[in-house]
Write a protein that binds this ligand. Structure first.
Ligand code: NAI
Ligand code: MG
Length: 334
C-alpha cells in the first residue's frame, strides 16, 4: 500500500518497542512508508521543543500515527504532550481494549473489555488552572459538554454494534459531581435509547473499580469521562497481566494516533526488558482502523502463540527474556 504512517519512537522504552512493532508490520507485508518525527524529551534535547511544528505537520498530513510513550518533564511550564496532541487533533475517543492471553501471570481468564475514554475534556480540560494564596490553594476546572458527551457515547455504542458486543456500561460519579458527571450521565442515557439492540447499564466509578476486580467478566464495553477512563484503563490492564499488554487508539474525525497505554517506564528503560506487546497490539488496532483485518489477525495469532508457548517472553509475563528475543519469536512465527 502507499499509506504513510507518522512514527514517533518516543522516550524511555519507546524506541525499542516501537521498532519491534514496525518489524512485525513489515514482516506481514504491510508495505507502509514511515515518516519518523520526534516529540517529548528526545525532541526537547534535539530541537528545544517538546512538540516541534514539523511533528505536528506530519501528524496532520499522514493522518495515521504510531507513537511510543513520551516523558513529560515534571515542572512548571510543561503541559502534557499527550493531552496537547489529543486536543490539537480533536482525538476525542480513546479506545483501550484488554483481552486475556493464555500464558501470562494474569489473575483472570476470559477478559475482553474495551474502555472508551472521553479524551478531550473533563478534568483534563486544562481550564481554570490557578494556584492562589502563595501556593496554599489550587484550582482546576472540569469541563463537560453535551456535544462532547454525546459523541463519545455514540462512539462507544457504534463500536459495540460494529463488533457485535452485547453491553455498554456507562461509568460516572453523577451522585457527587452533579453538574459535570450529571451532564455526562444524562446525555449518555439519551444516546443509549437510540441503541435498543445493545444493553446499557450504569455504574458509579468507585463501585466499578470494585466490580472490575471482583467480577470483571461482567464487563463488555465501558464508556466514561477522561479521568475515570485513564484510571480504569490501567486497572483493566492489571486484569490481563499488566501495562505491557495494553494498547490504546486515540481517534478523531479523520486523524488517529495509536500508542501503548503505559508511559516511558524509566525504571526499565535501556535494559531490554520492555514487553513490546502493548505497541504491537496498538499496531493491530491501527490495521483494523485501516481495514487491514487479515494482517491484524495474523499478528494477533502470532502474539497469542508466543505468549501461550512461554517461548522467549518478557519478565512481566513470567518469562526471562528481553524485548529483542520476544520480537524474534514473533517474527519467526510470522
Ligand atoms: P509507566 O506506565 O511508564 O510505568 C509503570 C510501570 O509499568 C513501571 O513499573 C514500568 O516498568 C511498567 N511497564 C510499563 N510499560 C511496560 C512494558 N511495555 N513492559 C513491561 N513493563 C512495563 O508509568 P510511570 O512510571 O508513572 O510514568 C513514566 C513517564 O511516562 C512519565 O513521564 C509519564 O508522564 C509518562 N507517561 C506517558 C504516557 C504516554 O506517552 N502515553 C502515558 C503514561 C505516562
Ligand atoms: Mg494513563
Amino acid at each position: 500500500s502507499s499509506q504513510t504512517i507518522t512514527v514517533i519512537k518516543g522516550d524511555g522504552i519507546g524506541p525499542s518497542i516501537v521498532e519491534a512493532a514496525i518489524q512485525v508490520l513489515d514482516k506481514v507485508g504491510c508495505n507502509f512508508n514511515y515518516e519518523y518525527v520526534e516529540a517529548g524529551l528526545t525532541a526537547l534535547e534535539t530541537t528545544g521543543e517538546l512538540l516541534p511544528q514539523t511533528t505536528l505537520d506530519a501528524i496532520a498530513r499522514n493522518k495515521i500515527t504510531l507513537k511510543g510513550p513520551l516523558t513529560t518533564p515534571v515542572g512548571e511550564g510543561f503541559t502534557s504532550i499527550n493531552v496537547t496532541l489529543r486536543k490539537k487533533f480533536n482525538l476525542y475517543s480513546n479506545v483501550r481494549p484488554v483481552i486475556s492471553f493464555k500464558g501470562t501471570k494474569a489473575r483472570y481468564e476470559n477478559i475482553d473489555i474495551i474502555t472508551v475514554r472521553e479524551n478531550t475534556e473533563g478534568m483534563y480540560s486544562g481550564a481554570g488552572q490557578i494556584v492562589k494564596n502563595e501556593g496554599e490553594l489550587a484550582e482546576a476546572m472540569s469541563v463537560v459538554t453535551r456535544e462532547g458527551s454525546e459523541r463519545i457515547v455514540e462512539f462507544a455504542f457504534e463500536l459495540a454494534r460494529r463488533e457485535k458486543r452485547k453491553k455498554v456500561t456507562i461509568v460516572h460519579k453523577a451522585n457527587i459531581l452533579k453538574s459535570t458527571s450529571g451532564l455526562f450521565l444524562k446525555t449518555a442515557r439519551e444516546v443509549a435509547l437510540r441503541y435498543p439492540d445493545i444493553q446499557a447499564s450504569e455504574m458509579i466509578v468507585d463501585n466499578a473499580c470494585m466490580q472490575l476486580v471482583m467480577n470483571p467478566q461482567q464487563f463488555d464495553v465501558i464508556v466514561t469521562t477522561n479521568l475515570f477512563g485513564d484510571i480504569l484503563s490501567d486497572l483493566c490492564a492489571g486484569l490481563v497481566g499488566g501495562l505491557g499488554m495494553a494498547p490504546g487508539a486515540n481517534i478523531g474525525k479523520d486523524c488517529a494516533i495509536f500508542e501503548a497505554v503505559h508511559g516511558s517506564a524509566p525504571d526499565i528503560a535501556g535494559k531490554n526488558l520492555a514487553n513490546p506487546s502493548s505497541v504491537i497490539l496498538a499496531s493491530v488496532q491501527m490495521l483494523e482502523y485501516l481495514g487491514m483485518k487479515d494482517k491484524a489477525e495474523k499478528i494477533l495469532a502470532a502474539l497469542t502463540d508466543v505468549i501461550a508457548s512461554g517461548d522467549r517472553t518478557t519478565r512481566d509475563l513470567g518469562g526471562s527474556h528481553g524485548t529483542t528475543d520476544f520480537t524474534a519469536a514473533m517474527l519467526e512465527r510470522l
